[in-house]
Write a protein that binds this ligand. Structure first.
Ligand code: ATP
Ligand code: MG
Length: 319
């Protein structure tokens, strides 16, 4: 997979504040990349540099192969940016808002009206075409803003906290919309400080804290690398302790706990082996005569991973 975004030691200082510390980030073409970090981590700073709105203090970034330092115009063509605030647009209708930005992108006036109708339909705002922008709900403003980022048909969409402040239904709609954009071939970079907000929509994630990239890659690889051991839950008929004895001390078995009071009573096995070793573990149990009715590994969710990576310091920092 080729990378549509690549940064090399990207650094940004605000006075004495080191907002980005030699960031090396890669986003593959076609990915939905969740950029996750607590307040002040450097998400917006990174996004503004990638969209040429802000200059780095050091390092380099390339978007769609173009340098954000030397080929700003080409970068701007390749990327659409949705900022984390909507701005104030008094006395403007939805269609006028899009028309205004279409004009600033030099989009042919003859094409504009059809384009605006298409984009309003895409974000499900056709019925608000003649409504006052400032009278739209927050979720509608977000969608209108998203339509705006699509005006010049960029290959990469950079969305700064698009889900913040949305109700659960609007979030589901946003997720659906992102899916649709992805199927249109767009690459999407999306930031949030709430990991679960992004969990189901991302193919890749990067975790940033205080200007440092703590982890980056496809979701499964990151989960695997941050998951030194898995916990298996085993339900057995008959004596728990007999089954526990079968696996205690076996290779990769870190701990075996008997949970007799839960329904149903079960074993919890901390395990750090690969899948081959897992199947051996199960075979050992069965060969030893344990009557297994359930055997399942628990996979930590992204929220656990985030907390593990940032070691709980994420929200206690001095930013
Ligand atoms: N214009 C600015 N002037 C001075 N410092 C700034 C400026 N913009 C950002 N910073 C600092 O840079 C760091 C990163 O800020 P940034 O806005 O990139 O974080 P963020 O991850 O987007 O946070 P949030 O989740 O709150 O939006 C913070 O310490 C912030 O105080
Ligand atoms: Mg921000």
């Amino acid at each position: 997979m080729t990378a549509i975004v690549e940064t090399h030691n990207l650094t940004r200082l605000y006075g004495e504040t080191l907002a980005l510390n030699a960031l090396n980030l890669e986003i593959p073409q076609g990915a939905v990349y969740g950029f996750i970090g607590p307040n002040g981590a450097g998400k917006t700073t990174t996004m503004r540099i990638l969209t040429t709105l802000l200059e780095p203090s050091g390092g380099e970034a390339r978007v769609a192969g173009y340098s954000v330092l030397k080929e700003r115009k080409a970068v701007r063509k390749a990327v659409g940016f949705m900022p984390d605030f909507f701005g104030v647009y008094d006395n403007m209708k939805s269609w006028e808002y899009l028309d205004f930005f279409a004009a600033s992108y030099d989009i042919d006036p003859a094409r504009r009206s059809a384009l605006i109708d298409d984009l309003l339909a895409l974000v499900d705002l056709s019925h608000k075409k003649f409504a006052d922008v400032m009278g739209l709900s927050r979720g509608m403003k977000q969608r209108l803003s998203l339509a705006r980022t699509m005006l010049h048909d960029p290959a990469l969409l950079i969305l700064d906290e698009p889900a913040s402040g949305l109700d659960p239904r609007a979030r589901v709609e946003l997720r659906e919309l992102l899916k649709e954009l992805r199927s249109m071939g767009k690459t999407i970079m999306i930031s949030s400080h709430i990991l679960t907000e992004l969990a189901e929509m991302c193919t890749h994630i990067g975790i940033i804290e205080r200007g440092n990239l703590l982890a980056s890659g496809d979701v499964t690889t990151i989960m695997r690398s941050l998951q030194p051991h898995r916990i298996f839950e085993v339900h057995v008929l008959g004596e728990l302790s007999a089954a526990a004895e079968l696996v205690r001390g076996r290779p990769h078995v870190l701990d075996v706990r008997e949970i007799p009071d839960d329904m149903p009573p079960h074993l919890q096995i901390d395990f750090d082996g690969d899948d081959q070793a897992v199947s051996m573990l199960l075979a050992t149990l069965i060969a030893g005569g344990a009557q297994i009715t359930h055997f399942a590994g628990q996979v930590s969710d992204l929220e656990d991973i985030f907390l593990r990576v940032t070691e709980g310091s994420a929200f206690g920092g001095t930013n």
